[in-house]
Design a binder for this molecule. Structure first.
Ligand code: GLN
Length: 486
């Protein structure tokens, strides 16, 4: 590299100052992708010509003395569940293979307006269902810390793109943990913003009441810079919050936890978590206490029902959202030979186009929503959701932020859990409550286990207090000074 890359904030500043060109930066990350992605499979599409054209346009604008956006010339990789005009969007599924959207998601448009260079689309579990990226129809993504292991999921490609320095920043989506868990597995920062804080327009829906897009980055300040660009009110998303974006950049710039009350969720610290995960969690709390935070214990008794409620609500919403993939409107069409009925073509296409996990959830959701069962399953799950929100409200009366380990284990070997959906689902035990309640969460890397695999710590904050995550996360990052790279 003709420039030294440490983090995205410095990269943006270097481009703005003319220390190096956007083209040099784009070329160097494209080279890195070309060198590493045969092994890692983090990208489903790399937009070489588009990235270079955007970079050249930034360099030309700078030469003319025009004002540049906050991400001018900074490469960003985008999860393949967000639409990108003119670039394929597959959602990791054969169902959408070959589909080229005619429009940009609001997140994509916000990136372009900020001057970001969209470098490619990242691999993911099919329609964001999974915790390992093994449910991608295009092969799994591998963890750069150990290529025999999963990178987490469903946003595994985006997490790996940042961890392996294929891109300084990336975008993921998180419905039950799909940003925070892969961030933990790959040793990067990942944030799920407040539900409604980032527009869902153009985000292909998994479960509409839970989905949120958010940033992956190497540092807390880098994540804040991307978060601020992604977020904001959007009239095209009816659940978008019409309020100013929380001051995340300012929070990350001044991460002082003196007097901050950090609540440890009693129900999420026990034996179910790997020994090293618990040890690093405790050491992190000690470091935060040394930095002036007050550590308190809080109890969230209804969290034990969170996973069960999630696996009723998510399949119910997913089965309804995925009904639109009917072979008529987008992507794949199988068996349309003139003799078959529309229904037969739909059935053959859905049989061929969806993988096993997607089919499992469509069946679960269709059952849970069927007449006679609706109240017993979906209705009950919605009540649990309220109880969990009440638990959070009580906890936030005692604490400013909450802390838990992000995931129960570090990265597991490829193939280990593919035939055991329940143990795969348990990966999200600590992350799902935040989605059910709509509150923001962040995973910060805090160390390595005995095998050299990354461990994450999760912070959660009240809705629209995302800035508190950046205070706590920034303080923890500064206190433990963890900067290991694969
Ligand atoms: N692993 C969880 C699931 O399979 C979460 C997925 C996500 O957040 N998109 O549903």
């Amino acid at each position: 590299m003709s420039f030294s890359y440490t983090n995205a904030v410095d990269l943006a500043a270097g481009i703005a100052a003319g220390d190096f060109s956007a083209r040099e930066v784009a070329t160097s990350f494209l080279d890195r992708i070309a060198e590493t992605d045969d092994q890692l499979n983090a990208f489903l599409a790399v937009d070489v010509s588009g990235a270079l054209a955007t970079a050249d346009a930034i360099d030309a604008a700078r030469a003319r003395g025009e004002a540049l956006g906050p991400l001018a010339g900074v490469p960003v990789a985008v999860k393949d569940v967000l639409t990108t005009k003119g670039l394929p969007t597959t959602c990791g599924s054969k169902m959408l293979e070959g589909w080229i959207p005619a429009y940009d998601a609001t997140v994509t448009a916000n990136l372009r307006n900020a001057g970001a260079v969209i470098i490619g689309k990242t691999n993911m579990d099919e329609f964001a269902m999974g915790s390992s990226t093994e449910n991608s129809a295009f092969g799994p993504t591998r963890n750069p810390w150990d290529a025999g292991r999963i990178p987490g999921g469903s946003s595994g490609g985006s997490a790996v793109a940042v961890a392996a320095r294929q891109a300084p920043l990336s975008i993921g989506t998180d419905t039950g943990g799909s940003i925070r868990q892969p961030a933990a597995m790959t040793g990067v920062v990942g944030v799920k913003p407040t539900y409604g804080g980032v527009s869902r327009y153009g985000l292909v829906a998994l479960a509409s009441s839970l989905d949120q897009a958010g940033p992956f980055a190497t540092t807390v300040a880098d994540a804040a810079m991307l978060h601020a660009v992604m977020a904001g009110h959007d009239p095209r998303d009816s659940t978008s919050i019409d309020a100013p974006v929380p001051p995340v950049v300012q929070a990350a710039a001044n991460p002082d936890v003196k007097g901050m009350r950090i609540g440890v969720v009693k129900q999420l610290t026990g034996e179910g978590f790997q020994r090293e995960v618990r040890e690093h969690f405790q050491e992190s709390l000690d470091a935060l206490a040394d930095a002036g935070a007050e550590i308190v214990e809080v109890s969230c008794p209804h969290f034990e029902y969170a996973l069960a409620a999630y696996y009723l609500i998510l399949p119910s919403e997913a089965s309804s959202n995925l009904a639109k993939f009917d072979a008529m409107r987008y992507g794949l069409r199988v068996g349309d030979d003139g003799d078959r009925s529309v229904e037969q073509v739909m059935a053959l296409t859905r049989e061929a186009g969806f993988g096993p996990e997607v089919k499992r959830r469509i069946m679960l959701g269709t059952y849970a929503l069927s007449s006679g069962y609706y109240d017993a399953y979906y209705g009950q799950a919605q009540k649990v959701r309220t109880l969990i929100a009440n638990d959070f409200a009580a906890a936030f009366s005692q604490a400013d932020v909450l802390a838990t380990p992000t995931a129960p284990t570090t990265a597991f070997p490829l193939g280990e859990k593919v035939d055991d959906p329940l143990s795969m689902y348990l990966q999200d035990i600590a992350t799902i409550p935040a989605n059910l309640a709509g509150i923001p969460g962040m995973s910060v890397p805090v160390g390595l286990d005995d095998q050299g695999l990354p461990i994450g710590l999760q912070f959660m904050a009240p809705a629209m207090a995302d800035d508190r995550l950046y205070v706590a996360g920034g303080a923890l990052e500064a206190a433990i000074g963890w900067e290991a790279r694969p």
